[in-house]
Design a protein around this ligand. Structure first.
Ligand SMILES: Nc1ncnc2c1ncn2[C@@H]1O[C@H](COP(=O)(O)OP(=O)(O)OP(=O)(O)O)[C@@H](O)[C@H]1O
Ligand SMILES: [Mg+2]
Length: 246
């Protein structure tokens, strides 16, 4: 079952020197669902994310979202189309406070309003609401560099939510995060999805992937080798071979 209205790629390809990091990937993610993208280290998941979100330009192939061609568009255009993302190696400004990080996050996506300096009070109120939501509001005045790694991931997620994306791409939200916070991240993703947000999550934590996702796509060597509901993908021999090495 594919949804022509969701995020889709056709023949997406990106090489670095001789390495085809993404190799003709044709994939459709389901709008309104929690989609997972899994695969061994180096299978091209992050490069795929970077091509979709405009961080790097694909060599060939297309990216479409809700019927619109977004191929090769710069990151702010992708954000304006309704797609927000986090990074595998968390990106917060360590010397800025938690609240300041939130305000920078929204300004990145609303440059024009930054220029007129409007909506500051509104942004602060929104930022505080989101910090409550992810459970780090008590750290509002702490420099982000002093947060635990898991708290930084929650801050990054809250920052993504400042832009009100309808689709959220998370690159290893649980990577390096302690188990208590992994539970909170999973709950947040579920709640946000229930409110109508679509997710595309790259993650190595299989318990989280299997319990969270509606749809799983498995990458190997830069392209999908299997996809389906978690229970089906988990039993797929190609997946066991490529991903689990058994
Ligand atoms: N900027 C780059 N320059 C050169 N090679 C790169 C670059 N980025 C990625 N690669 C290579 O492309 C391949 C895919 O890497 P990528 O980071 O996309 O994989 P991944 O699936 O996200 O892996 P992981 O699970 O370890 O995060 C790897 O062989 C990697 O070494
Ligand atoms: Mg990666």
């Amino acid at each position: 079952m594919s949804d022509p209205d969701g995020l889709a790629t056709e023949g997406l390809t990106k090489s670095f020197g001789g390495v085809r990091a993404v190799d003709g990937a044709t994939v459709t993610f389901h709008q309104g669902r929690i989609n997972a993208l899994i695969g061994p280290n180096g299978s091209g998941k992050t490069t795929f994310f970077n091509c979709v979100t405009g961080m790097i330009r694909p060599d060939s192939g297309t990216v479409t979202y809700r019927g619109r061609d977004l191929t090769g568009r710069p990151p702010h255009r992708i954000a304006r189309a309704g797609i927000g993302r986090s990074f595998q190696l968390c990106r917060v400004f360590p010397r800025m406070t938690v609240l300041e990080n939130m305000l920078v996050a929204v300004r990145r996506t609303r440059l024009r309003e930054l220029l007129v300096g409007a909506r500051q009070a509104e942004d602060i109120a929104k930022a505080r609401g989101l910090l409550v939501r992810v459970g780090i509001d008590h750290l509002e005045n702490v420099e982000a560099g002093n947060l635990s790694y898991g708290q930084q991931k929650l801050l990054e997620l809250a920052g993504v939510l400042m832009g009100d994306p309808e689709t959220i791409m998370l690159d290893e939200p649980a990577g390096g995060v302690n188990p208590a916070l992994i539970g909170r991240i999973g709950t947040l993703i579920r709640e946000l999805n229930a409110e109508g947000r679509t997710f595309l999550v790259v993650e190595h934590n299989m318990d989280l992937v299997m319990s969270l996702s509606h749809h799983v796509v498995v990458f190997d060597r830069g392209r999908p080798i299997a996809e389906g509901p978690p229970a089906v993908v988990r039993e797929d021999p190609r997946v066991l071979e490529a991903y689990l090495g058994v």
